[in-house]
Design a protein around this ligand. Sequence first.
Ligand SMILES: [Zn+2]
Ligand SMILES: [Zn+2]
Length: 284
Amino acid sequence: MRPPRAESRELTELKRLKLRQPELSEAADLHIALLQLQHRVQVRVPTPWIEVAPDWLKTQHTAGKPLLRFEDIPLDWSDFRLVFRQTADLLLRFGAIEPDHHEVLLLLSRAGNTLDPVVVRWFETAAAPGRRRDELPPALPVPTEVLDQVLGLAMRPFLARCAEVVQQRADFSTWTHAYCPLCGGEPEFGVLTSTGDRILICGRCTARWRFDAPTCPYCGNADPALLPSFSSSDGLYRLYACDACRRYIKAYNAPVGGRPVMLALDSVATLPLDAAAVQRGYGG
Ligand SMILES: [Zn+2]
Ligand SMILES: [Zn+2]
């Protein structure tokens, strides 16, 4: 199946970025490979059926509850395990994970009865906190941040398909929280629009919602003296840091860029901004 046009454009832009900034080549190549893998899967994910009746949406928004339940995700477990394995392979090939951890991830991908509950737990920790509070997570010989990274990338095509479908039908304008209205995930990137709004993009499902409050989306700090921000020299990107939790979020300035945000492209293009933030003592 042919990839959608937006994906081709992002791949083209990533290749252009490599020519312009060869120091970003390796990161660009990793993201090109990840995008190709995810789109190969995403085009095969069936259309999910997700309840978006206005009344239901309003109830969920008032309660601050994300819309998506795990059982709504059109997840084919064998497809998922394959993406999980291929994602781990890619990360190993680009030196983004240790060979020991890769081996554990491969074993895990073959043990559905171990992996499947880990996936459900990963999803529900943000989407339905409290639902599995009494269960202890299994002890796995791989660091949580490595496992979470691979889970997030492998679940992306399934969750992004849900976001794609829901965003065409649902109105997220009454959502006022800093976490994702669809899956409860944390924002990973922002977009500044021509109307002066700040849109956040979910790091798990890529759903988008408006979040204009001059507060840190990670800890809720609203003290302007503790919210420094700075721009890239070309004005394309802006970084919002927080001196309370020491985290930061980057945003693409769409009116300056003149094209839509592209998550993979803009993440790679802003790696120098990440380095500047880390140097100032902030962490992603
Ligand atoms: Zn989300
Ligand atoms: Zn904060």
